[in-house]
Design a protein. Structure first.
Length: 682
């Protein structure tokens, strides 16, 4: 596969994963199994391994969770609440051990101790104590910002409301809210008796219960809490992860048992096997084992990537399986026109959960497995509602069965469907005339990570589209002046609801530059890439002018665009193409008239000597790995680039530096040795 085609495949996978992140973390409404979600991530990470330049900060591999719900007050985490990388085999775990040793530069005689503990299948949250009193609790959200659930957490009996005198003055305890099997069965039996919808599984029950706007509802639900880590602390409580567990128990928190601390890989993996065999005997759900470097100073040294810490990994358990029938295959059209086939299944119970739908990914997947309507299939799930189709039982196939024919025209707009060379999915060519694409783009514009407009959910966007009131993003900000009375008169609305919507829209008339760029829905421009563009150009006018000038690929503007880390020719072409369309420029101008978009302010340490500087690392470094050097530079507020240009401030050259060093010399960019770099940042 060429790099350009790999970018296309990577983009399609990224969009799917971002969508399912929001469904799982943001809405507690998963649409695929854990196993299927993990398969998508493995496919994505495989592409990034083969083409490292694809692993940009907007990639799902660098992201955590989803934006917090609009129903709760938002809470900014003092320290990020990260997700975890996954392992699915013993080989994955041995690779993890090898990476740790390589990053830490450990010699053969040096031991590396890890702690292993159960991965609880619940809802992550952070509980903050000040003066040893519980003052705040929040969900993980997108890792940077979560939902304020303080009143709800206060209803949990096993969460201490005060801490003993030896606890730090400031302490953030992170852990998992969950529900035991027995309590879950009692709750569902009561709901069924009252003719209420039952919960699919204990995880969904815990999440739905904890995120109630009315804390009295939460108080009636049998929720529990396991502590497993710390966020911000005013003084250390231990030197090891095992010591943190002991401190949490001393402070009054429950921690899952049994756990293991060992420096022998086989002992750690044997623990995983024993827990997998005995998981059915536990009183609660677990879906794997989490392994963490035990020494906290080594954890700090290892640091993190955007989405996950380098010092921890989740070794997942295999999925559960069942057999059912494919009743129908339907086609869904996404924001970029990608056609995704979905199997409507005969409802079947898998591990106590009723499932009725499965994604079939793309035409190749259907053809490879020869999946047809009416087929008997084996499915698997790993904690969520929608499964993955594993195989077809062709000996049970009906006599009238016919191979599924993927549509050649879009089911939404009847436009031609194409599949470009190297792409994994077919795409509708209708563009903005395709209602599915247009509506999905509008949904993206108002989504949590973009404008985040309360009250502009999927149904409202579709309703206003069908009425002809919102056909472009600009129309949203003209709703009050053009349709105030019309909206108030709609069934289910009223004057008060309309007033709340207009107030929510007015609150978003000022937006940060990076969120605005992301909201535009430019192909291949995710949140992290949008932030890189905002940080590089500073304001919308400069970005627009740079992209217009960069239409000349021999220009300095084009070279400067490519110098931004993780932006290659394919991403650059999508940017240039967007700003080269007259109708997009028209919408941009109308939006800037209606909105306030302040110049971008970089986040990070601002008082370091390299804050705001663009740095390129090349060659082999001696005192640390390249990854560690990049992470260190970014913590100090520097912008790390993958290529050298006239705007590069420093090139840090290790041993065997090649073309980047040569280009820096040609351009007159300051070159530092590793020792000079360390002296500079010191």
């Amino acid at each position: 596969m060429s790099l350009e085609k790999a970018r296309e495949a990577h983009k399609a996978l990224s969009e799917k994963i971002h969508y399912h992140d929001q469904k799982y973390h943001g809405e507690d409404a998963p649409e695929i199994t854990d196993a299927e979600y993990d398969r998508l991530r493995r496919e994505l990470e495989g592409l990034e391994f083969q083409y490292p330049e694809l692993a940009s900060e907007d990639s799902p591999s660098q992201k955590v969770g989803a934006a917090p719900s609009s129903g709760f007050e938002k809470v900014a985490h003092k320290l990020p609440m990260l997700s975890l990388g996954n392992a699915f085999s013993k080989q994955d775990m041995h690779d993890f051990f090898t990476r740790l040793r390589r990053f830490l530069n450990l010699g053969e005689g040096e031991t590396l101790e890890l702690l292993g503990e159960q991965k609880i299948d619940g809802l992550s949250c952070s509980i903050r104590y000040e003066g040893r009193e519980l003052v705040q609790a929040s969900t993980r959200g997108d890792g940077s910002e979560g939902e304020n659930i303080t009143r709800n957490i206060m209803t949990l009996d096993d969460v201490p409301k005060t801490l003993p005198d030896d606890a730090p003055d400031i302490l953030e305890v992170r852990g998992e809210v969950y529900m035991r099997h027995a309590d879950f069965e009692v709750l569902n039996a009561q709901r069924a008796k009252e003719e209420q919808q039952v919960f699919a599984n204990p995880r969904n029950a815990a999440a739905g219960s904890l995120r109630q706007l009315d804390s009295s509802v939460t108080a009636k639900r049998p929720l529990r809490f396991f502590g497993y880590a710390l966020g911000e602390v005013s003084k250390p409580v231990a030197e090891t992860q095992d010591g943190v567990r002991q401190a949490l128990e001393r402070f009054g928190f429950q921690t899952p048992e049994p756990h293991i601390c060992a420096d022998d890989a086989e002992a750690l993996l044997t623990y995983h096997e024993k827990m997998m065999e005995g998981r059915s005997k536990l009183a609660y759900d677990i879906d794997g084992i989490v392994y963490k470097v035990n020494r906290l100073d080594w954890q700090e040294r290892l640091g993190q990537v955007s989405r996950a810490p380098r010092w921890a990994i989740a070794f997942k358990f295999p999925a559960e399986k069942a057999i059912t029938t494919v009743n129908e295959i339907r086609i869904q059209v996404g924001r970029t026109g990608v056609l995704t086939p979905v199997a409507e299944l005969e409802p079947v119970t898998v591990g106590g959960v009723v499932v009725s739908r499965a994604t079939l990914h793309n035409e190749d997947e259907i053809n490879r497995k020869d999946i047809r309507e009416g087929d008997t299939v084996e499915i698997q799930r790993a904690g969520d509602v929608i499964p993955q189709v594993l195989r077809v039982f062709k000996d049970k196939r009906p006599g009238h069965s016919q191979a599924y024919c993927f549509p050649e025209r879009c089911p939404e707009c009847d436009s031609l469907v194409i599949r470009e060379e190297g792409e994994v999915a077919k795409r509708c060519t209708g563009g903005l005339i395709c209602p599915a694409q247009a509506v999905e783009r509008l949904k993206h514009f108002v989504s949590k990570s973009a404008f985040d407009i309360d009250g502009m959910g999927d149904k409202v966007v579709r309703q206003f589209w069908d009425l002809g009131w919102v056909k472009s993003p600009v129309d949203i900000f003209e709703l009050k002046s053009l349709h105030e009375d019309d909206i108030a008169a709609l069934e289910g609305w009223g004057a008060l609801s309309a007033k709340k919507l207009f107030k929510a829209i007015d609150k978003k008339r000022e937006i940060t530059l990076d969120r605005f760029i992301y909201a535009l829905g430019i192909r291949q421009i995710g949140q992290a890439t949008a932030k890189r563009l905002a940080g590089h150009y500073g304001d919308l006018a400069s970005l627009k002018q740079a992209c217009l000038t960069a239409q000349d690929k021999d220009s300095d503007a084009y070279a400067d665009l490519l110098s931004i880390e993780d932006i290659g020719p394919s991403v650059a072409d999508d940017l240039i193409g967007f700003f080269g369309e007259d109708h997009n420029i028209d919408i941009l101008e109308r939006l800037t008239d209606a909105l306030t978009i302040p110049d971008f302010e970089a986040v990070g340490q601002t008082d370091s000597p390299v804050s705001g500087k663009t740095v390129v690392f090349t060659g082999t470094l001696e005192t640390m790995s390249r990854s560690e050097a990049k992470a260190q530079a970014e913590r100090l507020g520097a912008k790390v680039s993958g290529s050298v240009s006239k705007k590069t401030d420093y090139v840090v050259a290790g041993e065997d530096a090649g073309s980047k060093l040569k280009k820096a010399t040609e351009l007159g960019v300051q070159v530092l040795s590793e020792a000079e770099w360390q002296e500079l940042i010191a």
